[in-house]
Design a protein around this ligand. Sequence first.
Ligand SMILES: NC(=O)N[C@@H](CC(=O)O)C(=O)O
Ligand SMILES: [Zn+2]
Length: 435
Amino acid sequence: MASIWIINGLTMDADSGELAKKHVRIENGVIAEWLDGSSLPNAAGADTIDASGKLISAGFIDMHVHLREPGFEYKETIASGTESAAKGGFTTIAPMPNTRPVMDTPETIQFVLDKAKTEGVVRVLPYAAITKNELGRELTDFPALKEAGAIGFTDDGVGVQNAQMMKNAMALAKSLDMPIIAHCEDDSLVEGAAVSEGAFARKHGLKGIPNESEAIHVGRDILLSEATGVHYHVCHVSTEQSVRLLRLGKSVGVNVTSEVCPHHLLLSDEDIPDSMDANWKMNPPLRTPKDVEACIQGLEDGTIDIIVTDHAPHSEEEKARGMARAPFGIVGFETAFPLLYTKFVKTGRWTLEFLLAKMTRIPAEVFKLPYGTMKTGAPADLILIDLENERAVDPANFLTKGRNTPFTGWKLYGWPVLTMVNGKVVWTEEQGIER
Ligand SMILES: NC(=O)N[C@@H](CC(=O)O)C(=O)O
Ligand SMILES: [Zn+2]
């Protein structure tokens, strides 16, 4: 592999918070050298990428995504999902096991890893199910799944309803030094509701999903994590009560981490249009403005560790079934960074450094991954971002098969323009996907 220079890019200095011009050399897929931007390097014989005016960041890491393959290829494939991730600036993604068949055997994990290698364009680190077929009845073969390459265990899409089952899973995961990742939802409190308890449900006379349905599992599992010592990670936090319990758990030293999605930081149930458009239906649902603010503050004070998209593509036909009958979920890769950059960084509430850390360095730390860093010697997972130009979200341009987003038409800044994984350019705004 020839060496590559990315010249004249802007990097964020973590200490000063200033953007500084830098050049970076990539050798054999690894970050080899950073040079001060004052004079151009001698790049004879190397490929050169001019990053003038663009931000250089470590590629984003998304620890909660749905690639739908095997089984739901009409919604997404490993090819289309990783292309969408690349366009969104994500270089490492962790797909959930709620596929068909469920990723609950070494063979399914191997299938996903093989497909990702041959057809994917970004790094794919799969989770395996906690219970067979995600039915909550019988644990999967944790040692064999770890051996096959699963990076953690989760029944995402559903909560593990039985506390003893969860405790057994945690004890076993702990013995293998593996994390448990939990979709927190007590089914007995939900009963088929499509939206959160709150203003929208009241206005339309709908049964609502209560906040406790999430927080009860968070509280239960923090106690079980304390009892077993396992690294316990809470999926898509959406309620003020969950944030409170996480804060308490962390304050007494429980090994608990958590994640939040852009939509739970930007939208409340009061934003759902009266048309009942199912592109506003996801699980957990959009909660009250008070919950949104609690999630933002939880992220800001470190109670919530990282940002994930919960990219959950569905077909247009499925989403056209209406609020009551459409499946839960919205796409996320191609809007995540521009949304958060525009709404939190450009408005002055967050620093750019804070947002980047929540999408790169901290997810790598939480899941002990050697990515999310621009240090020399690290894999060259690098992205370039245009912070200057405003563009409206247009699902017609998405690389995901999903068109299910509530953010259509939002005018945003911070669009990625180039994505490199292991030193290979896999996507550019100009050329599209490069395999
Ligand atoms: N988040 C969603 O609304 N849907 C996810 C499942 C999940 O992450 O819980 C899906 O698989 O569609
Ligand atoms: Zn989930």
